[in-house]
Design a protein around this ligand. Structure first.
Ligand SMILES: Nc1ncnc2c1ncn2[C@@H]1O[C@H](COP(=O)(O)OP(=O)(O)OP(=O)(O)O)[C@@H](O)[C@H]1O
Ligand SMILES: [Mg+2]
Length: 329
């Protein structure tokens, strides 16, 4: 029992996690057990994905961390600050981008940002300076004085992020920020988020788009039915897939008989395309060597399936999957 917070010798050197969640449980009034004891650490500077099917508990987790939902039990700390005991202090460290657009469409972007800062007690001069900085970063400075309603869908999304950044949060949390927006807008937002992360802000992102997590995030946790079924570095999780599939586009026509690659399956899809399934552990150079010897020149290659998608299906599809936590902690 640690009733008082005493710095322990070992822990004092390392910075506390940006987010530390311990055995977090939430049972809603209607009896739904949305979180069944979740533990999760997100390190400072990380870009962390939270993945899971509908109803997995992602929004509940984000709701608790951002103080919109009351937990049933468990512990949440933001940069070492106990959310329960020091709520206001913890909340000042967090910026939240909710899924729904929730600014006043009849206000101007500049006013939306400055007024928001006002709620947090930021002086007007400072708020104006920050608003200009954030609107420029969001490529909205030239729209600062237009009615927000007239912004495009992508601009509105960027405005949501710019607003959350007004308080200079050390942890930015986004709940499905790209749900229902087209690929161009999504890519646009990815760029903005990468810049924010590169400038030092820790980001936690919930998404249904697995390619989004794969493209943006270094670490991820997969939630299913209120439990974390997998978590760790993106690379380590992907490495757990034992089979990889590739498509090769080749120069010229393929030979009538394809070379054998021990342990792998090589099939011609058409005269110029090869389909390869190989064990993860296999060296791709060996594949190229065999193909080269057979006079097959690979012009380009791509992964056959979305590997994260495959991982996701495996983790959540198997109800008996043992939690694989702290894989490479
Ligand atoms: N206010 C509420 N009252 C009762 N049950 C709720 C409430 N909010 C969520 N739930 C239930 O808790 C479970 C987890 O929901 P949650 O919204 O956290 O999932 P999610 O992972 O965010 O799903 P989605 O991907 O669809 O947004 C679901 O079964 C949901 O029906
Ligand atoms: Mg949700």
């Amino acid at each position: 029992m640690t009733a008082t917070t005493q710095p322990s010798a070992g822990a004092s050197a390392a910075a506390p996690p940006a987010l530390s969640v311990r055995d977090l449980r939430k049972t809603y009034d209607n009896g739904v057990e949305a979180l069944k004891g979740i533990s999760l650490d997100v390190q400072p500077g990380d870009f962390h994905a939270l993945l899971g099917p509908n109803g997995a508990g992602k929004s509940t987790l984000i709701g608790i961390v951002s103080s919109l939902v009351n937990k049933t039990s468990g512990d949440v700390r933001v940069f070492g600050v106990d959310l329960h005991a020091r709520r206001d202090e913890a909340m000042r460290l967090i910026g939240l981008v909710p899924q729904e657009l929730n600014f006043n469409m009849f206000e101007k972007p500049l006013d939306i940002l400055v007024n928001y800062a006002g709620f947090y007690g930021i002086a007007r001069d400072e708020a104006l300076a920050r608003a200009e900085e954030e609107l420029r970063r969001a490529q909205l400075w030239d729209k600062a004085q237009l009615t927000a309603r007239t912004l495009s869908g992508g601009m509105k999304r960027r405005l949501m992020i710019a607003r959350a950044m007004m308080t200079r949060p050390r942890l930015l949390i986004l709940d499905e920020p790209t749900a229902g927006v087209d690929i161009e807008i999504r890519r646009d937002m990815w760029k903005t988020l990468r810049e924010i992360n590169a400038a030092g802000t820790t980001i936690i992102l919930t998404t249904h788009y697995l390619e989004e997590a794969e493209s943006l995030c270094r670490n991820l946790a997969i939630i299913d039915h209120g439990t974390i079924v997998a978590q760790g570095p993106m690379r380590a999780l992907l490495a757990r897939l034992d089979v990889e599939g590739f498509l090769f586009d080749v120069d010229g026509d393929l030979p009538g008989v394809l070379p054998q690659i021990e342990g792998a399956t090589l099939v011609a899809l058409d005269r110029h395309t090869l389909d390869l399934d190989m064990p993860r552990a296999m060296d791709l150079n060996r594949v190229f060597a065999v193909l080269g010897e057979a006079g097959i020149r690979v012009r380009s290659m791509r992964t056959k399936s979305n590997r994260l998608e495959e991982l996701f299906v495996r983790m959540t599809g198997n109800g008996n999957a043992a939690p694989q936590q702290g894989e490479a902690a």
